[in-house]
Ligand binder design. Structure first.
Ligand SMILES: [Zn+2]
Length: 103
């Protein structure tokens, strides 16, 4: 089942834009960014891990908005585990057609 990634994503009282950002370079270790200051989830569209990165950055948003105080390594592990659940158990595929690309 394909699920369209929304242009905005809410967590508690925070609403973040979701954008593809070509200034992020996954091959230099920056696949995505949860920019709390600008309230944006940014992802390198050239990364081979776009879907996993989105789940990770979404968890970063949740982590802050619900004051969960999860360590970054825990967020990463949880993101992979939750992504696996989405893809394999629920059969969900992300559709990125609504998301804009920015320089
Ligand atoms: Zn992170």
């Amino acid at each position: 089942m394909k699920v369209k990634i929304p242009q905005q994503t809410r967590s508690g009282r925070t609403v973040y834009d979701v954008v593809m950002n070509l200034t992020l370079h996954w091959d230099e270790g920056l696949q995505g960014c949860c920019n709390h200051r600008l309230k944006r989830i940014e992802i390198d569209p050239l990364s081979p891990f776009v879907d996993e990165t989105f789940v990770h950055e979404k968890l970063e948003q949740i982590n802050l908005s619900y004051a969960l105080e999860m360590e970054h390594a825990l967020i990463s592990k949880l993101a992979f585990a939750f992504a696996e659940f989405l893809w394999h158990d629920l059969g969900i595929e992300f559709d990125w057609s609504n998301i804009k690309e920015e320089l």
